[in-house]
Write a protein that binds this ligand. Sequence first.
Ligand SMILES: Nc1ncnc2c1ncn2[C@@H]1O[C@H](COP(=O)(O)OP(=O)(O)OP(=O)(O)O)[C@@H](O)[C@H]1O
Length: 264
Amino acid sequence: MTAVQPIISVRNLTCGYDDTVVVEDVSFDIMPGEVFVILGGSGCGKSTLLKNMIGLYEPMAGQVLIDGRDLVAANGRERDAIIRRFGVMYQMGALFGSMSLLQNVMLPLEEFTDLPHEAMVMVARSKLAMVNLENSLYKLPAALSGGMKKRAAIARAMALDPTILFLDEPGAGLDPISSAELDELILSLSQALGITFVIVTHELASIYKTADRVIMLDKEVRTIVAQGDPRVLRDTSENIYVKRFFHRMPSQGSGSSQADCAAG
Ligand SMILES: Nc1ncnc2c1ncn2[C@@H]1O[C@H](COP(=O)(O)OP(=O)(O)OP(=O)(O)O)[C@@H](O)[C@H]1O
């Protein structure tokens, strides 16, 4: 039997801005169908890592392999083909305010496919139905709640039938109930469609509910300080970074040093 291969392999990736390294020499694999969470405190580089994984920025060093194909080295059509497999919802991934939800979701179809207009409408309607917005097709974003806007942004990210969905802080700005509904949606899309999710968040309730596996970054050490099942990390890890994050311990007066911090 052939072993399942990672859908994403990050290899010795170093990334940042100009001469400033934000995340240094990280390696990890993501398996098909996983809900994989990148977590850590504010400013530790979660979004920076995600943007390098989707090819928005060029890493300082290392590789991002998507189904074994090197996104960093690819160019032209090969790179486009790799990127077409992604759907992305950015942290500030605003919908276009002057367009209805249907028009917003049709945008990627208009840009990247030759489908006839009617087919695009059908696809966009089906994506909005998947996120329970079938009754809001013609509404403008301003008429929606925060949770509905996030769901519409997910529908748009799914327009081209991605195999991997990257979500940057999907619960940001949502009340706890809307955030929990979004978690349910992520789980149902993962189970129904087998989409691989890569989610950046620091919201513990969402992490426990959705994540199969996490990596945890910390800005003091600029790298992965722990990885695994978040519930196991919470309950068993002696790693000071993990304890600080999962048990909301303040960093001052912890008495720790970097040397205390074995990853995992
Ligand atoms: N475009 C940019 N140019 C220069 N520095 C940046 C840029 N974007 C982010 N940074 C810096 O990189 C570091 C990591 O930022 P990043 O947004 O990746 O962290 P994060 O973990 O996602 O934080 P948060 O949870 O607050 O969104 C921060 O010090 C930030 O100021």
